[in-house]
Design a protein around this ligand. Structure first.
Ligand code: 26W
Length: 811
């Protein structure tokens, strides 16, 4: 355990917490069952037990939580505020129990009462308050900030409905409303006293001091959930805002005038504000409600930050010494203008001085280069919803020109009547970071070249990370136990210590034990897939897994085209000793993303044909369990042998699944994209199956006319695959179903599936060859686990603390 966290008091606290004996846990649990849930053990349902266990664990979290808040206040610690429209925390029961050292006591206490800890933990809803990578990263980062005793708040929205529940209807994705709150939320505390008014619309009365006259006011109420660090030494807060349709909004006048629905409008509008998460991932929604949600989050949070500062300070000029605000992509980028508004309109600052102060407080993380994901809000929409902020942005825009003169070309914040939120975030931040070394280079070169030239050093890299608590200690207990047995404990908070496994990577006994943990993870997954999804998988096969949002640049299409090629090859030569494979897919498509939905349907159509083919059933299976989420990832990732990270180079900002798979002893087949580059450098080029064009080669290939047609004509394998699809082999009832998809491949192929296909096929061949030598494979897998320590979110947060936030740990 890193020295900074080992203090006498910390020691005593851990012991007393971990010393909560099973008997003490049992007593506290039965108390909650009777008093909080109001049920006797005999009458209690699984959900009742879950609420009682959750409350018992939350009680244990209260002490370090209140203690941390007190210390931060008394020691006047600088705090970090992480603003994100999305958080994917996953289930909290087991994770919080582990971090408090209470998991074993809870399991034993429940067993003594005839209850299964795992079944109760599995009964918890997975708060799907995010789309994918960005939301999960925010959750890993909050847990690491607590583990490192970095005083912090996560600020987000308490959507009533998270990301839709995915189901398949004859292979097609269908979306069902998600309702994480139906099962109750035993973790959060409603802070009725902590509410802020957020204003919208109206107009600004000019005068010496502009006065904003909004025409809508919505109350934001706080719901706080403790985020406990590993060891239970420190705990931070995840504060989620809910729009409060307070009675004041109900327009009695209109009601009495008989306009019954109109009377409720403002109230309905309030309810709508935090009703649902936008399911778009990497595509700018551009909707009025989306901007309203972004401003609602940002204004409530910035008001809360300033109020907390003023509770123990008077001079706002000292704000940067006590406050660091991180904007998780451009979604909270209105934070700059909002802080400037509060400083000028409420505290009399001069606008430019306010802007300089805000810049010292704010940091902005960019997570994507996709043009369609870069938010640009129409000036008219901004004027209608946030007229005061538009004034401030226009002033910031003019100032760019004043400060940089004619060199301001390309520096404007407003272009073609749209406010460029990336440029606004950049201009109001003292640090901008990308999320992998390659991505940050591309941010400098392609996204903000002019700004990089004018403010060298403002753009820094902080490569993403993942928390080893959830993604190894919780998700893969057999492997976590083997690691502890082999190198002792402490790796949980010092992941570089995994390197000590390297000394054992040539020891056959260790490699067998390592392989055994993989087999047990496969057995657990197989049981779960059959129970939850009625899917059976053969355990002896190579588990080849691609789980992530469905997107053309992530190239699930190339993966399923290769699967068809493998199926055709097996049928052509059944006796060739094929390495049996289970191809596992998982992921949701944004509801309006037709091409991604076509890919989902094709995967399910191929699965239906391949899995029903007796000639190939033993050698190839395709499974696509619906509704991929954090909890499914915890079941799938530990069981994987092969991790598919096959995006078109230059398009995946980082990826974080790639890190989770390597940590759990899976080998990666991948391109030189995002964090794959750094993973390959650290695990060793021999322990990574690389293929495909590099980011530079991608740009060059796209410029070549007919690149797709030439690639397809040059690949007999690929041509055979496309012919089978075009012939309706996988859609006999509608042979032309994938005509558009095949045509797009022949004539456009922007994501270079055709160009990389043969290289991908060759790399898959290398995978088979390696898998046929179990000790070689186990050794490569063990070296991936041993050398992945750098990708801990603790390392990433330490970099944010030193490079961007200038914050030191409180313990
Ligand atoms: C406006 C709609 C919208 C919503 C979400 C646009 C963009 C996003 C996110 C930035 C998309 C996202 O999750 N990006 C992923 O972020 C991860 C964490 O940094 C990276 O690892 C992934 O490479 C990146 O695709």
């Amino acid at each position: 355990m890193p020295e900074i966290l080992r203090t006498a008091e910390a020691d005593s606290r851990t012991d007393e917490l971990s010393r909560m004996t099973p008997a003490q846990f049992r007593a506290a649990l039965l108390h909650h069952l009777r008093v909080t849930v109001g049920k006797s053990p005999t009458a209690a349902s699984r959900a009742d037990w879950r609420v009682a266990v959750s409350r018992t664990i939350r009680d244990a979290a209260a002490e370090p939580w209140l203690d941390s808040a007190r210390r931060a206040r008394q020691e006047d610690r600088k705090r970090v505020y992480y603003l994100s429209m999305e958080f994917l925390p996953g289930r909290l029961l087991e994770d919080t129990a582990i971090n408090l050292g209470l998991r074993d006591a809870a399991e034993e206490a429940l067993a003594g009462l005839g209850q299964s800890f795992d079944r109760i933990a599995d009964d918890e809803a997975d708060p799907a308050l995010g789309n994918g990578g960005l939301g999960r990263l925010a959750a890993c980062y909050l847990e690491s900030m607590a583990t490192l005793a970095c005083p912090a708040f996560g600020y987000g929205l308490r959507y009533e409905r998270g990301l839709f529940r995915q189901a398949f209807d004859s292979g097609r994705q269908v979306e069902h409303p998600e309702s994480w709150l139906d099962a109750g939320d035993p973790w959060s505390f409603t802070r009725a006293e902590t509410a802020y008014e957020v204003r919208f619309g109206g107009h600004v009365a000019d005068g010496d001091a502009p006065i904003w006259h909004p025409d809508a006011r919505i109350a934001a109420a706080a719901h706080d959930t403790p985020v406990v660090g590993y060891g239970g030494h420190w705990a931070n807060t995840l504060r989620l805002w809910a729009a409060l349709p307070d009675a004041a909004l109900f327009d009695l006048g209109r009601f009495n005038a008989g306009d019954f629905t109109g009377a409720a409008d403002p109230e309905t509008w309030a309810r709508t504000l935090t009703r649902v998460l936008y399911p778009t991932d990497e595509t700018d929604a551009g909707k009025y409600l989306r901007l309203s949600q972004e401003y609602f989050l940002t204004s409530a949070s910035v008001q809360d930050v300033v109020a907390r500062f003023l509770r123990s300070h008077r001079n706002l000029r000292r704000l940067p010494e006590h406050v660091a605000i991180q904007m998780n992509d451009t979604h909270p980028a209105i934070a700059g203008p909002e802080l400037i508004r509060i400083l000028t309109d409420d505290h009399g600052f001069e606008q430019d001085a306010a802007a300089d102060l805000a810049t010292k407080v704010l940091g902005y993380t960019n997570h994507t280069l996709l043009p369609e994901a870069l938010e640009r809000w129409p000036v008219d929409l901004m004027r209608a919803l946030l007229p005061r902020h538009l004034q401030i942005i226009e002033r910031l825009d003019r100032r760019q020109v004043e400060v940089h003169g004619d060199r301001a070309a390309g520096l404007g914040l407003i272009e073609h009547d749209h406010v460029k939120m990336g440029d606004l975030a950049f201009a109001t931040s003292h640090r901008v970071n990308g999320v992998s070394a390659l991505h940050t280079d591309l941010v400098r070169q392609n996204l903000f070249p002019a700004r990089e030239a004018l403010s060298p050093g403002r753009i820094v890299n902080v490569t993403n990370g993942i928390t080893p608590r959830r993604w190894l200690k919780l998700a893969n207990r057999p492997l976590a136990a083997l690691v502890t047995d082999t190198i002792g404990s402490g790796w949980e908070t010092d992941l570089d210590r995994l390197a000590e496994l390297e000394d054992h990577a040539s020891d056959p006994a260790f490699l067998d034990a390592f392989g055994e943990t993989k087999l047990r993870a496969k057995q657990r997954l197989a049981a779960w897939l059959s129970d939850e999804h009625g899917i059976d998988v053969p355990l002896h096969a190579l588990f080849d897994v691609q789980v992530k949002r469905i997107h053309e640049y992530k190239r699930q299409l190339m993966n399923i085209l290769w699967t068809i090629a493998r199926w055709q090859s097996i049928k052509a030569d059944p006796g060739a000793g094929w390495v049996p494979r289970v191809k596992v897919f998982g992921g949701k498509a944004a509801p309006s993303y037709a091409a991604a939905k076509d890919i989902i349907r094709l995967i399910n159509d191929v699965a239906a044909v391949v899995n029903a083919d007796p000639a190939t059933a033993d050698a190839l299976r395709v499974v696509f369990p619906s509704n991929y989420n954090v909890s499914m990832a915890e079941h799938l990732i530990p069981a994987a042998d092969l991790s598919e990270q096959i995006s078109t180079a230059g398009m995946e900002a980082s990826g974080t699944g790639n890190m989770k798979f390597a940590l759990n002893g899976a080998l990666t087949i991948g391109t030189l994209d995002g964090a794959n580059v750094e993973i390959r450098e650290r695990v060793g080029t021999d322990n990574f199956f690389l293929f495909g064009l590099t980011a530079d080669e991608v740009a060059a290939r796209r410029a070549q006319p007919e690149h797709a047609r030439r690639s397809i004509e040059g690949s007999e394998t690929l041509r055979g695959v496309l012919q089978a699809i075009a012939d309706g082999v996988f859609s006999p009832d509608e042979p032309g179903r994938y005509g558009g998809l095949v045509d797009q491949l022949w004539n456009h192929d922007w994501f270079l599936v055709a160009s990389d296909f043969d290289a991908y096929d060759a790399a898959q061949g290398a995978v088979d060859a390696a898998y046929l030598d179990p000790h070689r494979w186990q050794r490569m897998a063990a070296l991936n686990t041993a050398r992945i320590g750098y990708f801990s979110s603790d390392r990433a947060i330490r970099e944010y603390m030193s490079e961007i936030w200038d914050v030191t740990p409180a313990l």
